[in-house]
Design a protein around this ligand. Structure first.
Ligand code: CO
Length: 139
């Protein structure tokens, strides 16, 4: 099995602060990491759930993919699922060899110092899938 675990579920939200307050109020959640990824056009807040995360994503500008998702979806919703992998280069190469459609030309830097690559929904039963190699995960 190429996938180790569910690393995170990514939510598109209109207001990061509102989404954080919602999770605090409803679940007693605590934000463990915040980051702005200008390359992806998102402000992110991570909430730890065991060894996985809820990843809240707010667009930084109207052309951001997350902004386009919010328009298409008519509001907030599940944007993608992140699968933790041990060796993203090997997984990426195997998926390409199997004819899967990848969004990224090659694995690239993500938040938290992770290396990531997105799999096109057409190759993942309609779900946008992110492969995540997290250097902090012990194996
Ligand atoms: Co993600």
């Amino acid at each position: 099995m190429m996938l180790d675990r569910i690393d995170h579920v990514g939510y598109a939200v209109e207001s990061l602060e509102e989404a954080v307050r919602h999770h605090e109020r409803l679940f007693g959640a605590r934000v463990v990491h915040r980051e702005t990824m200008e390359s992806d056009g998102v402000n992110e807040a991570l909430i730890a759930v065991g060894s996985s995360f809820i990843q809240l994503l707010e667009p930084t500008h109207p052309e951001s993919p997350v902004a386009r998702f919010l328009l298409r979806n008519g509001g907030p919703g599940v944007h993608h699922v992140g699968y933790g992998v041990a060796d993203i280069d090997a997984v990426y190469a195997e998926l390409v060899a199997k004819g899967a459609r990848l969004v990224d030309d090659h694995p690239r830097p993500g938040s938290r110092g992770c290396t990531v690559a997105f799999l096109h929904p057409k190759s993942a039963l309609g779900v946008l899938v992110e492969l995540v190699e997290d250097p902090m995960v012990e194996r």
